[in-house]
Design a protein around this ligand. Structure first.
Ligand SMILES: [Zn+2]
Length: 387
């Protein structure tokens, strides 16, 4: 038995005007300073006021949101007592909005305790709207929550199947001004979600089509969105692709490009999408024997040159590297400017972080500790390692 969980998704040009018809009294908008400065929170407020809904803003969410921030938001929300919570921003903001919502509904729960196994009974007080302003994380359409325990310097991969948005508003207007580097990083994150969601150990019939479509859209439109931010069609297609990939992997989970990417991000502060995108080709090569058919199906769908057997995985790897190069993304850890000495010093930690990562267990091929080490060494300079 398995589940497919999805919000109502409102997408395309002017999707934001869906808020004009919202039923409710008070909305608590969780966002960050950037969104306020860009005038995005005002846009949301204007639409909510058309619906006669009063608003309060909480704009203190930082990148990689901390437990403290979530607790602070949860205190403020209690007094305001909204019937809607709006998460307006990138993945960090949306994750914080989900966690604040959980604490609002369940003051007896600690943020670090949010897990998929306990029934929370959300939606007694409020419902959640997500409005993504990057095209990558897919947090708007799934139920994952990533918080940072600043005291222990570690990321907490949390989530609850109840903690998905009721409505996701995927409006390309919010991503038109994304700078090229953010477009590239978030786009590679979305690609990694879609490929890993398609080939994870928990892949399933309901997710496969979503992941394939997202992969196709990203190959077609990411270079365009990167090279010309004003390309409206490319922006809209990439925004859709990220949310489609979010639905896909959100219901089938991820794999070791995320485990290794998380480890590298934690130790060297590499942006999430850049890190996971860098590892994706290496992890496909690692899993090629086990997931041969899945990679062949992706290669076939993308109309790559080789679509049979292990050759298909190799052609998919080449296509991903070509895409990454076309948007100036690094292909190796060395390309990130990390010295060999620093890398070697950190290798035991990288391996142990990746080993313990929650995404490792849903990989089609789970590396041993020695294999993780090989994988990191291979990704350091791209010098071929035989798995
Ligand atoms: Zn990701």
């Amino acid at each position: 038995m398995w589940y497919f969980i999805s919000p109502e998704v409102v997408f395309g040009e002017d999707a934001i005007s869906h808020l004009d018809r919202l039923q409710g009294k008070r909305a608590f908008i969780v966002t960050d300073r950037n969104m306020v400065n860009m005038g995005f929170s005002d846009r949301v407020k204007e639409h909510l006021s058309v619906a006669g809904i009063d608003c309060q803003l909480f704009s203190e969410v930082e990148p990689e949101p901390s437990i403290e921030t979530v607790k602070k938001g949860a205190e403020i929300i209690m007094d305001y007592a909204p019937d809607w919570i709006v998460g307006l921003g990138g993945g960090s903001v949306i994750d914080a909005a989900k966690a604040i919502w959980v604490l609002y509904e369940r003051p007896d729960v600690q943020p670090a305790e949010i897990n998929p196994f306990d029934h929370l009974g959300l939606r007694r007080k409020a419902r959640l709207i997500t409005i993504p302003t990057t095209s990558g994380t897919g947090s708007d359409t799934n139920w994952a929550i990533v918080l940072t325990d600043t005291a222990e310097e570690r990321k907490l991969g949390l989530g609850s199947q109840e903690a998905h948005a009721d409505i996701a508003i995927v409006d390309p207007m919010f991503v038109m001004a994304m700078p090229p580097q953010l477009t590239a990083d978030s786009g590679m994150d979305a690609l990694t979600h879609a490929v890993e969601g398609y080939a994870s150990a928990w892949k399933n019939d309901f997710c496969d089509g979503l992941c394939l479509k997202a992969i196709q859209l990203i190959f077609q439109y990411l270079p365009r969105a990167y090279h010309d931010g004003q390309d409206k069609e490319a922006r809209e297609k990439m925004h859709n692709a990220a949310s489609i990939a979010g639905l896909g992997f959100g219901n089938s989970m991820l794999a070791i490009a995320h485990s290794t990417g998380h480890a590298l991000g934690a130790l060297f502060h590499v942006p999430h999408g850049r890190a996971v995108g860098l590892f994706l080709p290496y992890t496909i090569e690692f899993a090629a024997d086990i997931s041969t058919d899945y990679y062949a199906e992706i290669a076939h769908f993308l109309k790559l040159e080789d679509t049979q057997g292990k050759q298909a995985a190799a052609s998919l790897v080449r296509a991903i590297r070509k895409l990454a190069q076309s948007i100036n993304q690094p292909l190796t850890i060395k390309d990130l400017g990390i010295s060999r000495d620093n890398f070697k010093k950190s290798l035991p930690k990288l391996v142990s972080y990746a080993d313990m990562d929650t995404q490792t267990v849903t990989s089609a091929r789970i590396p041993t500790t020695a294999e993780f080490e090989k994988l990191f060494r291979y990704a350091y300079d791209g010098k071929l390692v035989d798995f």
